[in-house]
Design a protein around this ligand. Structure first.
Ligand SMILES: Cc1ncc(C[n+]2csc(CCOP(=O)(O)OP(=O)(O)O)c2C)c(N)n1
Ligand SMILES: [Mg+2]
Length: 323
């Protein structure tokens, strides 16, 4: 059983988890009402993996996220206004409104805009970690991936390089049992593809309950200590589950209803809230007051983004790689 931290940290973690959940529920509503353009890949249901891994990182530690980045970015402190502006294609968005849902982030906070190429950030994070090592910094790089990414060539090349060079990188696999609409049982014979394959390349690989934010946080702390000490990478395989479909209008018809019910009973936000109350850390009223403030901040960010200006036509070719 994971151990409850001091109240300030416990409440801080819960607040971040709630913020992610509310953000994603709001985005879902805005998208399905046709108010928000683009596409969505939601991280609702996976709040414990984002907050458990990122909560204690320093600003100079760098995270590399995926096509499902909102939880990671909010946990790293990216502003709600910048995220919402990006979702609405506005000039004040994370990528000046030119990236959309899969490219939120903020370089100044150690969250470069996310990379939607499945497995793409695995070697990039190794490169960042190599830079830290060469500059004699004790910062760490953190690379997120889904279970599907563990079947990509970049996973194997990146992990082998990171292990061989003892790089300060932590690989986080959010194993949610599906790659888009394909069950993990159709893509690998392994029960723990990330942890087992990481071990094969010579780095410690741990399987952790990804619904328990404190268990994730404890595992992450060990991995970060090891990385900062120059002992090399770790891979954590966090078992979790998406609350909603893969993207856009995916109603998840391919997921067995009893499987969904079992995972939803262990909803990470709901379970951590109950635990905070049951263990006497907070009262229901204290948490409700925090939740109200977060909801108001998200509503404010939505209104701000709706009213913000679009990028100008003249800026269309600014910040693009080739023109
Ligand atoms: C190299 C590559 N192949 C295919 C895609 C299309 N695609 C986007 S997300 C996704 C599924 C990824 O599954 P997983 O790695 O398990 O992450 P999850 O969506 O479950 O978080 C696919 C196939 C892509 N973006 N990049
Ligand atoms: Mg997956």
């Amino acid at each position: 059983m994971s151990v409850m931290p001091a109240k300030e940290k416990a409440v801080g973690m819960y607040s971040k988890m709630y913020e992610i959940r509310e953000y994603e529920e709001t985005v879902k509503y805005l998208f399905f009402e046709g108010i928000m353009p683009g596409t969505i890949h939601q991280s609702a249901g996976e709040e414990a993996t984002a907050v458990g891994t990122i909560y204690d990182l320093r600003r100079d530690d760098v995270i590399f996220s995926t096509h499902r980045p909102a939880g990671h970015d909010i946990a790293k402190g990216v502003s709600l206004r910048a995220m919402m502006c990006e979702m609405f294609g506005k000039a004040e968005g994370c990528c000046a409104g030119k990236g959309g849902a899969m490219h939120t982030g903020d370089f100044s906070l150690g969250a470069p805009p996310a990379n939607a190429i499945v497995g793409g950030n695995i070697p990039i994070a190794a490169g960042a970690a190599l830079a830290f090592k060469m500059q004699h910094k004790d910062s760490v790089a953190v690379s997120f991936m889904g279970d599907g990414a563990t079947n990509e060539g970049s996973f194997h090349e990146g992990l082998n390089f990171a292990a061989t060079w003892k790089l300060p990188v932590i690989y986080i696999c959010e194993n949610n049992l599906y790659s888009a609409n394909t069950s993990i049982h159709l893509t690998t014979l392994l029960e723990n593809p990330a942890a087992d394959r990481g071990s094969a390349y010579g780095m410690p690989g741990y399987v952790v309950d990804g619904q328990d934010v404190l268990a994730v946080n404890e595992a992450m702390e060990k991995a970060v200590v090891r990385a900062r000490a120059g002992e090399g990478p770790t891979i954590l395989e966090l078992k979790t589950y998406r609350k909603y479909g893969h993207s856009r209008n995916d109603a998840c018809g391919y997921r067995p209803k009893d499987e969904e019910a079992a995972w939803f009973a262990r909803d990470p936000v709901k379970c951590f809230r109950e635990r905070l109350i049951n263990e006497g850390v907070c009262t229901d009223g204290e948490l409700s007051a925090i939740e109200e403030k977060i909801t108001a901040a998200i509503e404010e960010a939505v209104e701000y983004a709706k009213n913000a200006p679009f990028p100008t036509l003249e800026s269309a070719l600014d910040d693009v790689y080739a023109d």
